[in-house]
Design a protein around this ligand. Structure first.
Ligand code: GTP
Ligand code: MG
Ligand code: ZN
Length: 283
């Protein structure tokens, strides 16, 4: 039989197939082959032995959280408590795009902002929208539901940004545990401990442990391509990294105010990070 892994707690996998759930273990051979089933995997399984026999080819796989076959990533971004970080936002966008997943930015905690504060963010949100990254507040869920019909969706974003709260809003019967973030540290305590898919109407949602930092583990080419706006500009060198090169179209566009400065700053930050990671490998 074929099914989709919707939950994993250590070596117990819940496989959903024809609206039934089977709690299975994985065959020993997976371990020997260095390949383990993960949430989101389409698998062949034995429904009487309750054993996963085969993992079907993956469309993509995201690490931290480890989830396979993702269509969309909701980058849940709170404006306050925890405060919005453009660096984290751009890093998540890069990671998502480099993994062939479509990003959507979900804004949370708009209610904690004054009108004046919100206005300051508007140009940035418009900029992301212009990159074909929808920016949707967590108060406007109708539009989101339409977009995500029949899709497998991962939620990512800082701990305390409101991922579980969003799922609870989408389905009042879920009652996923949420927790107020600690005011003293202004950052949350991790509340979600395992990876699980919730089917909400026609959408497969993945609720995952939150993370507040992550390493970039992609190629330089992926990094450059993930900054989609850069491809609008022409540089003297075809392999321009838009850093120290002369006659760089991206840097010219930045100087003309066509590129959001925080985007370029973060790009250079990530480029350095990748270079450092590479030099570490050869040391
Ligand atoms: N004021 C306000 N509070 C919110 C909003 N969304 C979430 N919260 C609160 O923020 C806190 C953290 O929300 P969670 O949904 O637990 O956050 P999470 O992203 O799932 O966190 P982890 O599971 O730790 O990664 C809770 O107290 C929520 O009630 C919002 O739009 N406005
Ligand atoms: Mg949570
Ligand atoms: Zn360039």
């Amino acid at each position: 039989m074929q099914g989709k892994i919707i939950k994993q707690i250590s070596n117990q996998y819940t496989v959903s197939s024809n609206n039934l759930e089977y709690i299975c273990t994985a065959r020993g051979k997976f371990k020997n082959e260095g390949l383990s089933p993960v949430v989101g995997d389409m698998v062949e399984f034995d429904s009487s032995l309750l054993r996963i026999d085969k993992i079907l080819p993956r469309k993509n796989i995201l690490s931290r959280p480890t989830v396979a076959n993702i269509d969309y990533a909701l980058i849940v971004t709170s404006l306050k408590k925890p405060d919005l970080s453009y660096t984290l936002l751009d890093k998540l966008l890069t990671l998502v795009i480099a993994n062939n997943i479509k990003p959507i930015i979900i804004l949370t905690k708009l209610d904690l902002m004054s009108k004046k504060e919100l206005k300051e963010y508007t140009p940035a949100f418009k900029y992301y929208n212009s990159l074909d990254v929808p920016v949707i507040p967590n108060t406007k869920l109708k539009k989101l539901k339409k977009l995500l019909k029949n899709q497998t969706v991962v939620l990512t974003g800082q701990t305390g940004s409101g991922k579980s709260t969003l799922l609870n809003k989408l389905d009042k019967t879920l009652n996923i545990e949420t927790k107020p973030i600690s005011d003293a540290l202004n950052r949350g305590v991790h509340t979600t401990r395992h990876t699980e898919i919730y089917k909400i109407k026609n959408i497969y949602f993945v609720d995952t442990p939150g993370f507040s930092a992550l390493d970039l583990n992609i190629t330089k080419k992926d990094l450059i391509n993930s900054f989609k706006e850069f491809s609008n500009y022409t540089c003297e060198y075809l392999d321009c990294t838009h850093n120290n090169e002369k006659n760089c179209g991206v840097k010219n566009a930045l100087a003309k105010g066509k590129i959001l400065p925080s985007r370029y700053i973060n790009y250079i930050r990530f480029l350095k990070e990748l270079n450092e990671n590479t030099s570490k490998l050869y040391k």
